[in-house]
Design a protein around this ligand. Sequence first.
Ligand code: KIV
Ligand code: NA
Length: 265
Amino acid sequence: VKRVTTHTLQEMKERGEKIAMLTAYDYSMATILDDAGLDVLLVGDSASNVMAGHETTLPITLDQMIYHASSVVRAIKRSFVVVDLPFGSYQGNSKEALNSAIRIMKESGAHGVKLEGGAEIVDSVSRIIAAGIPVMGHLGLTPQSIYKFGTYTVRAKEEAEAEKLIQDSLLLQEAGCFSLVLEKIPAALAKIVSEKLAIPTIGIGAGGHCDGQVLVVNDMIGLTKGFHPRFLRQYINLYDGILNAAQSYIKDVKSQDFPNEKEQY
Ligand code: KIV
Ligand code: NA
């Protein structure tokens, strides 16, 4: 199998082939997603929510991200693996940002890192790229800043914020980012950014004009209960599937149907 690289992704944008990305946090899921043919797997700090049960992405640590990332990397044969730098591991200190990125690359074997923000963090982005580490940007709704925003609603609906987002996207491309996530912004704005930039944009709640799409895998397979934002297409309901399986198992154990003669030694 031919591995996906930053060049593969750039070529995909150039020939108009959309990039398919999902999150992954563990070996079993990453094995399936790599086998399915995902171009990029993101070890997102959304692990803080869907794996650890925190309300926000803020609590997850660099060590915990490395644990998730190394589990994913052990599973993959083809997909390009990107890992989120967690909150507190890169903001306001480019040396610390570089050290965090180096730890992720060395200790997990991942292929690149993702950082949230524009002008505020571009020094960190440049320093990491100078060390030879591919960086994916992330603009729009950046969940590590949730306490600044106050809500998870659509960003950059106003002129000023939209203009800053366009400037930030150009800054990140200039700094050498190989790709850019656009989260929860108007489709029209994502279209402008995707057309302005030479590098591929990957959208989540950012419409169909992005060069690729990403979803949190637990959401798209229906493992998370009661989360139905407009941008989320759910492809299977594993919550009910697993619930039914668990209830059948309970019933079989209680009724002494399981294990039967053939299921024992
Ligand atoms: O952590 C995450 O899952 C993400 C994607 C939603 C882009 O950053
Ligand atoms: Na993230």
